[in-house]
Design a protein around this ligand. Structure first.
Ligand SMILES: Cc1ncc(COP(=O)(O)O)c(C=O)c1O
Length: 444
């Protein structure tokens, strides 16, 4: 693991990996979305080693989770230390300081007054479920707005807010009633065929002028759920005015603004919370993924007056597990001690180099994102902007074969989500591989 360059010495999957894959196919649910056969043995920093001793550079962070890198020594120490004290007692029925200290800290690092209240679960979907229940409970209103392209998770409530891919929904209806999906500010493919800034953010105005006059009584809407940057939907960054206008609309009608920061939060975009880029103070923020460097944890952070539910109304046996809470406290310390700054620096570097590549490769239609949340939208050609879905999949496969782990999002977008600890050298290695791969795929 000392040498950090990718090194592939077997066919992929290698012989050891094949055995695990066989077992997986027989015994594990086949509902997951694996796109290449990586079988992990160990990981450190931004490097993952597979069971056949192949070495990969990880630009996925285990789907935007290991923001502090794999097995950061201080995270390992925090987990170890807490495991020696006690592993579980349940914050639902008992108290421990790791949970209350983390709640206090989350209030401080999220926008708005530093004192807030936090509900703890185990995942992004649970953080969203809690937000959904809280929004209804607090406002006593039944309806919810969410966005087309949104991904909020796969439990029934979270799935009802999700509108990312039909496969997520097929066969699972009926979902939770009362959810209306509206178009997101996807300027590269504006759903209204308008152009920013001439559009004057018509997508928000449409909610006021059309939706709220013809279809949905606004006084029945409890909350608007929104990802500051749409994640699974294609790393879509809305224009500077979007969230502010959406927030103003929400406030006009007494609707809660819920930011789903599950993927965008915890330093990923070069700010602790991505919504800070837009200067909005959400009523509720959902967090998970990067919050505890790989330990399972979800958090629903709410303005104090909003979280007014009573004992027994919502809880979770494992939520806010002490080991996860300690890992989260150490994660936040590491982010504050320099990792967010690194995300800004390396993000700028990667975007500059990708924009250079965009000039050379016709298939790169759009390069977008913030910090180390980087999306590259691939197209057939610049005129038609037809989505290059197969080419995107070919890019991901070829990168894997060359030792670079990346993921897709949307139908035709490559996403780069490296750990926030990456060095310039690691960024260069990844970009060199990407360049070779774009060259190969564009020619084929
Ligand atoms: C924005 C967002 N919200 C919620 C979720 C669901 O998180 P989990 O898979 O931990 O349930 C995800 C997962 O990708 C996500 O990206």
């Amino acid at each position: 693991m000392k040498d950090k360059t990718p090194l592939i010495t077997t066919e992929l999957p290698g012989p050891e990996a094949k055995q695990v894959l066989e077992k997986d196919q027989r015994f594990v649910s086949q509902s997951y979305t694996r796109v290449y056969p990586l079988v992990v043995k160990r990981a450190k920093g931004a490097v993952v080693e597979d069971v056949d001793s192949n070495r990969f550079l990880d630009f996925t962070s285990g789907i935007a989770v290991c923001n502090t890198g794999h097995c950061h020594p201080r995270i390992v120490e925090a987990i170890h230390h807490q495991a020696e004290q006690f592993i579980h007692m349940s914050g639902t029925d008992f108290y421990y300081d790791a949970q209350s200290a983390l709640a206090q800290k989350l209030g401080e690092i999220t926008p708005g007054p530093t004192e807030k209240r936090v509900f703890f679960g185990n995942s992004g979907a649970e953080a969203i479920e809690a937000a959904l229940k809280l929004a209804r409970y607090h406002t006593k209103r039944p309806r919810i707005l969410a966005f087309l392209g949104a991904f909020h998770g796969r439990t029934m409530g979270a799935l009802s807010l999700t509108a990312s891919k039909v496969i997520h929904e097929r066969g699972f209806s009926p979902l939770v009633p009362g959810v209306t999906h509206i178009p997101y500010a996807y300027c590269y493919r504006c759903p209204y065929h308008l152009q920013y800034p001439k559009c004057e953010i018509a997508c928000v105005e449409w909610i006021r002028e059309d939706l709220f006059t013809r279809s949905i009584p606004p006084e029945e809407v409890a909350a608007i759920f929104v990802e500051p940057i749409q994640g699974e939907g294609g790393y879509i960054v809305p224009p500077p005015e979007f969230h502010q206008k959406l927030y103003e609309l929400a406030k006009e009608f007494g609707i809660l603004f819920v930011a789903d920061e599950v993927q965008t939060g915890m330093g990923r975009t070069g700010r602790m919370m991505a919504i800070e880029h837009w200067g909005v103070i959400p009523d509720i923020i959902a967090l998970a993924k990067g919050i505890a460097s790989g330990m399972p944890l979800g958090a629903t952070v709410s303005q104090t007056e909003v979280m007014n539910w009573v004992p027994g109304s919502h809880a979770s046996t494992f939520g806010g597990n002490p080991i996860s809470c300690q890992a989260a406290l150490t994660t936040i310390a590491l982010l504050e001690e320099g990792l967010i700054e690194n995300a800004v620096r390396l993000g700028e570097y990667i975007f500059d180099r990708l924009r250079e590549l965009q000039k050379r490769f016709q298939m790169i239609g759009d390069v977008r994102g913030k910090g180390l949340m980087v999306g590259i939208e691939l197209i057939k050609d610049r005129e038609s902007k037809k989505k290059a879905a197969e080419e995107r999949n070919a890019v991901i496969q070829s990168c894997f074969e060359k030792g670079l782990l990346i993921l897709g999002c949307g139908e035709n977008v490559v996403r780069l989500v490296p750990p926030l600890i990456i060095t310039r050298n690691e960024a260069d290695t990844a970009l060199t591989i990407l360049e070779e791969v774009f060259n190969k795929v564009e020619k084929s």
